[in-house]
Design a protein around this ligand. Structure first.
Ligand SMILES: [Zn+2]
Length: 457
């Protein structure tokens, strides 16, 4: 639907050189979490003497410095296949031969106080490091698999870097509308997104965006999958089967007369009903959450989960947010282009509305970087994105406003969600495709990314 695809840059092109000898090692200090300082120091001194130390440090430092948030290493009889996940995309590195890969893994385990010879049982450890002026927490996990051993390393910043809805990519007018819903009265706001598409981040930032300074926000959460603490949201927990049942815990919370009920889940029919009662009769407000593919799907899932309360939930629902992730175009090397009338027509954009769209810049593959005589020529590769064309990710948001007409449509077409989507579109609701194209017109992302987002359900 979006015209031809551009060739991707070869994954190995920007791959770090691992295994080079006599290199100056990046200043990556590994501070293992959960063991004594002296012991950690002893392990580090011992690790530095090992032959795999440079490879291990370069692998970790290049991942962190290169914005990877995951490293996946698959060890087999042949060697180790290493991949970095950058902006949600897995990029392969040149494979390591077996001695090099194994030696690096021995060092990683040793530094973290794990058993280097254990290659079957699951082993886990964490370390903290400050690299490029940012505090990081790195989680290491290794376990035997049928083909050998698999290592997954997760890299997170110690403090969240995305703080506002704008940081996440929400456009300004939507921020205003959405905040209006969050700060409203006597309503239920539903926050949703597909699994693995940043829903926990959106949930946290949504609560950050709400006006918690003039109203009391109180949550009830299952201790087993509680959310990280948020300033000015009083968290309450229940452990299924232990101590107070969630019902009793909830009644205790209600006695304190909070203004806003923060409910990652409405938990069960009783609590859903009590929430409905509080919102409709006690002028409370509620915010809840659902894993779902789009806003309409979230509503349908909510109603399906709480069938006997469905009608009342729809009555109180004021808005539903949903989101999907796309890569952000690199601001340094993105290129504007004038879309053809045919392309605009395909995208459903009226002629004259959009003058330019943007596309990523990919350097030609190494074998094409030659002149007519076959001599290599210098091609400037963007220093910001290393020729990836993209830098970081953003969310494309869909905000469904649930007004009286929408409530009627939801109840009428609850069994046929596509009818609800059609109805919403007729009312002028912008779905993911429309929002995605808006983001393209703003120069934030590319049509290829929007196309990929639309294909992922
Ligand atoms: Zn760039």
């Amino acid at each position: 639907m979006f015209g031809k695809k551009k060739a991707k840059p070869a994954a190995s092109e920007n791959a770090p050189q691992v295994g080079a000898e006599n290199v100056v090692l990046p200043p990556l200090e590994v501070k293992t979490i959960g063991i004594g300082k002296d012991e950690a120091q002893g392990l580090m001194i011992a690790s530095r003497q090992l032959p795999g130390y440079p490879t291990a440090i370069i692998l970790l430092a290049n991942a962190i410095g290169g914005r990877a948030d995951r490293i996946l290493m698959d060890f087999s009889a042949q060697g180790a296949v290493v991949r970095y996940r950058i902006d949600g995309n897995w990029e392969g590195l040149p494979p390591l031969d077996r001695p090099t890969g194994d030696a690096a893994l021995v060092v990683m385990k040793k530094m973290l106080g794990l058993n280097p010879v254990e290659r079957k049982a699951k082993q886990e450890a964490k370390f903290a490091t400050n690299f490029k002026d940012i505090d990081w927490v790195v989680s290491f996990m290794s376990a035997g698999v049928p083909s050998g051993e698999r290592v997954l390393i997760s890299i997170d910043t110690k403090k969240p870097t995305l703080k506002t809805l704008t940081d996440l990519g929400m456009r300004e007018t939507m921020v205003t509308t959405f905040r209006g819903l969050l700060n409203g009265n006597q309503g239920i706001v539903l926050v949703s997104g597909p699994a693995g598409q940043g829903l926990p981040t959106t949930w946290r930032v949504t609560l950050e965006a709400a006006d918690k300074y003039v109203r009391d926000f109180v949550s009830l959460e299952n201790k087993a999958d509680a959310d990280p603490e948020i300033i000015n949201v009083t968290q309450n927990f229940f452990v299924p089967g232990v101590g107070d049942a969630p019902e009793a815990a909830y009644e205790k919370i209600l006695l304190k007369q909070p203004d806003v009920l923060v409910m990652p889940s409405l938990i069960n029919s009783y609590i859903a009903e009590r929430t409905i009662d509080q919102v409709s009769k006690q002028s409370k407000h509620a915010i809840t959450r659902m894993v779902a593919a789009d806003a309409v799907d979230a509503v349908i899932k909510l109603l399906g989960t709480y069938r006997s309360e469905a009608k009342d939930l729809v009555k109180l629902l004021t808005g539903v947010i949903n989101q999907r992730l796309v890569r952000r175009l690199c601001s340094n090397c993105k290129q504007p282009f004038q879309p053809t009338p045919q392309l605009l027509q395909k995208l459903g954009i009226p002629a004259g509305r959009v003058q330019k769209l943007f596309q990523p810049t990919f350097p030609p593959p190494p074998e094409e970087r030659v002149d007519a005589k076959g001599n290599p020529i210098e091609i400037e590769i963007c220093k910001k994105c290393n020729g990836r064309g993209y830098f970081g990710r953003m969310a494309i948001f869909e905000l469904l406003i649930v007004d009286d007409e929408m409530k009627k449509a939801i109840l009428k077409y609850a069994g046929t969600p596509d009818e609800i989507r059609k109805f919403a579109k007729k009312k002028g609701h912008l779905g993911f495709q429309e929002e995605g194209i808006l983001a393209c017109a703003m120069g934030d992302t590319s049509l290829q990314e929007v196309q990929k987002m639309m294909a992922s359900k």
